[in-house]
Design a binder for this molecule. Structure first.
Ligand SMILES: Cc1ncc(COP(=O)(O)O)c(C=O)c1O
Length: 425
């Protein structure tokens, strides 16, 4: 008998993120340097309780917060989000208030993950092509795979995407007649998950110009989807302007951000700045998904942003992650064999470590299995590469997160991983 499942259903595989998270939750003694959980100890329990108390103290404020809200999001949260994004970019540029991001261009979603899914639904049909960083956010690869998309990897350099490679790729797609299937370039532009690279503003602007040059041959817009999930988790260096400030951005940049990482992952509120017609379509699709993000959590964020408690919390969080990243780096220097390398980082939650090519790190490798036996695990780098037939996936990288483990466990986890790696060298 044939399957009753849809084509999408049949294509959809179990996302590695769920497996990794389940593993971490089901074996609590395991030291997880893998799952992207955030720092437990700094989750803002006390002040969130105060905010909820304030919201629910009077029926006048409490009742609307416990009611459904507008599909595109709470108007005040959209306004505050637009203001905050304008300020973040204005700090780094000559953008003036007249160029401020309009609240009407903001959509609030259930985490930025939901928006990535919605944007893929809004723009792509099976067989379409999405250009992704090599390596990229592996959960996005799951969305693309499930939608039957063909992801093509663009190489990365220390300051982000390799523009020459992007141009070569666009040229090849034009020659092969495939450009008309290309819908967007997906860039995790700040302290990227997984490799913690940041794409400079200049590169984002040039990437956008390249897309605009080639879209003439595609016959439709090719968007730049900027996923800024880690933007606020900067602990050193300067902020980088978003692609929204680039020439030609108004009609072509889809910007996604989140309050999950800088505030609390359990809150799962994300947002986007979208041009038309994508904004209207994304709002309609969201209407079909859930007709609006949970109102109470949006009200918590409104209060946190308005009272300045969000900003205070974020400053503490940045200091905490700066310390935890230093602990991890020191431990790697001490315990990892000399052939293991990693780039310095300025924010985010991850180190991206490379082992010598003969030391494999994949899920079936001895390194991964021995690490699990030693009660420590990481995200195998190979998860983060698209199935792009034009190159082989590297199998000698690891994403190491200092997000959720305590400082003691970070040291201990790296020590155990170090002894596995010494045994494999
Ligand atoms: C690059 C990237 N984008 C988006 C998300 C989704 O985050 P959220 O849905 O919590 O906003 C994550 C979560 O880990 C991420 O790493």
């Amino acid at each position: 008998m044939k399957s009753a499942l849809s084509k999408l259903g049949q294509r959809t595989q179990s996302p590695p993120i769920s497996w990794l998270m389940d593993l971490a939750l089901s074996r609590p003694h395991l030291i997880s340097l893998a799952a992207g959980f955030t720092d437990n100890a700094s989750l803002p329990v006390d002040f969130t309780r105060e905010l909820v108390d304030e919201i629910l103290r009077h029926a006048k404020h409490g009742q609307p917060a416990l009611q459904y809200g507008p599909t595109a999001g709470d108007p005040m949260l959209r306004e505050l989000t637009a203001k905050r994004l304008t300020e973040l970019d204005a700090r780094e540029s000559s953008r003036n208030q007249s160029e401020r991001i309009a609240a009407e261009s903001i959509i609030i979603t259930h985490g930025s993950q939901q928006l990535l899914y919605i944007l893929t639904e809004a723009l792509c049909d099976p067989g379409d092509i999405v250009l992704v960083e090599d390596p990229t956010y592996f959960v996005y690869l799951g969305i693309a795979q499930s939608h039957g998309l063909d992801c093509r990897g663009v190489r990365m350099e220390a300051d982000g995407i390799d523009l020459d490679h992007l141009e070569q790729l666009l040229k090849r797609l034009k020659q092969s007649g495939e450009l008309k299937r290309v819908k967007f370039l997906y860039l995790v532009s700040y302290y990227q998950n997984p490799a913690c690279l940041t794409t400079s503003f200049e590169k984002k602007e040039k990437a956008l110009a390249l897309l605009r040059q080639y879209e003439k041959f595609a016959g439709h817009p090719i968007y730049l989807l900027e996923d800024a999930a880690y933007r606020e988790l900067r602990f050193t260096g300067a902020d980088t302007r978003s692609a929204l400030c680039a020439r030609g951005a108004e009609a072509r940049v889809l910007y996604t951000g989140t309050y999950s990482k800088p505030f609390a992952t359990g809150v799962r509120v994300g947002f986007g700045v979208l041009p038309e017609p994508v904004l209207t379509l994304a709002t309609r699709i969201k209407g079909n998904h859930d007709f609006g993000t949970a109102n109470l959590v949006q009200q918590i964020l409104v209060k946190a942003l308005r009272t300045g408690r969000y900003e205070t919390h974020l400053s503490n969080l940045r200091r905490r992650y700066a310390r935890k990243s230093a602990v991890m780096e020191k431990a790697m220097e001490k315990y990892f064999p000399a052939g293991v390398t990693w780039p310095a980082i300025e924010g985010g939650l991850y180190f991206w470590a490379k082992t010598p090519t003969r030391v494999k790190t994949g899920i079936k490798s001895r390194t991964f299995q021995e690490a699990l036996n030693a009660d420590v695990f990481y995200v195998p780098g190979a998860f983060c590469y698209a199935n792009d037939k034009s190159r082989r996936k590297p199998d000698n990288e690891m994403r190491l997160s200092f997000g959720s483990a305590s400082e003691k466990n970070i040291r201990e986890g790296i020590k155990r991983l170090g002894s596995v790696l010494h045994g494999r060298s």
